[in-house]
Write a protein that binds this ligand. Structure first.
Ligand code: ATP
Ligand code: MG
Length: 343
């Protein structure tokens, strides 16, 4: 058992990843612009948190910040903390960050081809990750690589170790990346659009694999996606993000049975399965406001069919709440139950 795992076991703590009041800025020609504001989320081991929202809402930069990956691109934390088992990752030294990245928390990216290096064999890439985190000889690392590739359902793993990424299909590459993410037996996986770049038939198999690994290994997973179907398949809890902040949070059942924020309801209405056959796919009119160009009041108001003058005032995160389910909407806040907005 790794020493931190032994320490945790003796302290009988639940490993926990906590993002508190996180705000981020992105670089621009006119200086840093706010792109994420006051995001508070927590992730327990063994649970899957879906982070959903349209393109440009700030999902990926939030997820990358958990591993401090955006810093070299000028993405800066302006407020808040990210804590792993109580330790703020922003106070970590480089050596601690190396253990964090891939050791405690792994990331699966959207595009398997760009995440793999085309000039190195699969074996070289996977054993490098294993040896970075585990004190293993080359031979033991190869044996572990074979076992990881087998775990992710890849046939003839010994032969695969000698192959190069461009000889593999998209689905096989994503399985290799998942195997690499599992290399050091992490506690958390951040999966950013893990199936978006794959064919539909392959997507279903990758979802099954992620579900199987997550359950077998009791992983905590942050699943970043714009796909509510994927959320329904994998997530226990859901955070809906719009224009840099969370507008609704709840269990997957609460969000699907009682989508409450008008934005969540609009996203639900745009799901392919919600569309009628032969009619155009519904879309939410308008666009997500650019970072730093958010309305002072409710950020969704300019696109919301229920918006009125009251929505020009800023609205708190948990303006409406019902148990652990909450929504940032002044109109639902006047209701006692979800779904009291009428068409
Ligand atoms: N390195 C960067 N430099 C400048 N702006 C950036 C950078 N990365 C992201 N942004 C901007 O920050 C905002 C949030 O981007 P982010 O990638 O987090 O969105 P997202 O919700 O993940 O969207 P998508 O669903 O398209 O992946 C966007 O306006 C994006 O253009
Ligand atoms: Mg993204």
């Amino acid at each position: 058992m790794k020493c931190w795992k032994a320490a945790l076991a003796s302290a009988t703590l639940t490993p926990m990843l906590e993002i508190e009041h996180l705000s981020l800025s992105i670089p621009s020609a006119s200086g840093p612009k706010p792109a994420v504001s006051d995001v508070t989320l927590s992730l327990e081991s063994g649970r899957v948190l879906g982070l959903v929202g349209e393109s440009g809402c700030g999902k990926s930069i939030t997820a990358q910040t958990i591993l401090r990956l955006g810093e070299h691109q000028g993405i800066e934390r302006t407020e808040g903390t990210v804590k792993l088992d109580g330790q703020d990752i922003f106070t970590m030294q480089e050596s601690e960050l190396r253990v964090l990245r891939g050791g405690r928390i792994s990331m699966i990216f959207q595009e398997p081809m760009t995440a793999l290096n085309p000039v190195f064999s699969i074996g070289a890439q996977i054993t490098e990750v294993i040896r970075l985190h585990l004190d293993l000889t080359k031979r033991k690392a190869c044996e572990r690589a074979v076992s990881l590739l087998t775990d992710v359902g890849l046939q003839q793993p010994e032969q695969l170790l000698r192959q190069y990424p461009d000889s593999l299909s998209g689905g096989m590459r994503q399985r290799v990346l998942i195997a690499m993410a599992m290399a050091a037996d992490p506690d958390y996986i951040i999966a950013d659009e893990p199936t978006t770049a794959l064919d539909v038939s392959v997507q279903a198999r990758i979802i099954d694999l992620l579900r199987k690994l997550q359950r077998e290994k009791g992983l905590g997973m942050l699943l970043v996606t714009h796909d509510f179907g994927l959320v329904a398949e994998l997530a226990d809890d859901v955070a809906v993000m719009y224009a840099g902040h969370i507008v609704e949070y709840g269990s997957v059942e609460a969000i699907f049975d009682h989508p409450t924020h008008p934005y969540t309801r609009a996203l639900m209405d745009c799901r392919p399965e919600a569309a009628s056959r032969g009619t155009p796919m519904p879309a939410i009119p308008g666009q997500v406001p650019a970072p730093g160009a958010w309305p002072a009041g409710c950020r969704f108001a300019p696109r919301c069919r229920w918006a009125d003058a009251a929505c020009e005032q800023p609205v708190e995160a948990e303006a409406w709440h019902h148990g652990g389910h909450w929504a940032r909407c002044i109109h639902v806040a006047k209701s006692t139950k979800p779904l009291e907005l009428t068409e």
